[in-house]
Design a protein around this ligand. Sequence first.
Ligand SMILES: [Zn+2]
Length: 271
Amino acid sequence: MRKIVGIGLLVLLASCASNPYRGSEKIYNTQIRSFTKDLKKKEKNAYLDSAGNALASQWVSTVNFNLRKPNYVIIHHTAQKSTKETLKTFTQAKTQVSAHYLIGTDGAVTQLLNDYLRAWHGGVAKWGSISDINSVAIGIELDNDGLSPFSDAQINALIAVLQKLKTSYTIPQSNFIGHSDIAPTRKVDPSVYFPWAKLAEKGFGYMPAPLLTEPIPTTFDPLLALRVIGYDTKDGAAAVTAFKRHFIGKNDGSDLSEEDLRALYNVYCKY
Ligand SMILES: [Zn+2]
């Protein structure tokens, strides 16, 4: 009997040692139970009239529904040293940040959150009229310090994840964008090293066509074009800088050359 208890203890210790994220797993499961309770709530008399009196309202359950689906993918680089460091960041409550997926330089994929749940990766951000990006988007972090190229293994793994997400949730090609697109005054990720053209070839995001020669209309308004694409142009220079980082692969500020304007006009025409 004593021997069996001993073995049991050893197994328990071994499982603790093999899963350093046991603590966050427990909290995750507790939160899921709490959200399940929220989903079961059936509100009645929840509205107040102008005098502050509860309006009579009832609940009748429909039978035709499913889960809401994410419609955007936001790509980030971690600006950290390793997958391990980022996993530590994402499993500690004090950091208040997370993403659905983390992809290592070796192409290893870690999922941290069910796709249907809201991760905390966008921060203060805007795209088109969407002000709560986290509610509509999947967040994908790439382990990268922000100063280095992305490995083929990592990008190939990313493409595999994107393919599954695009198919599962019918995400349009235009809706694969970067953190710096939605928060141009605050963020620069993913960096100019990120291969947006390779992704666009596979159907994730748009890029300007090569060797552009078509004339730009004299009435063309670059800031209006950026707004049509989705950029928040409250800070026009930041929006242009972010556009150039993503769509032209340049990290040289907010001036638009003739070539840059052609690229902007070409991308704008795809929207
Ligand atoms: Zn980011």
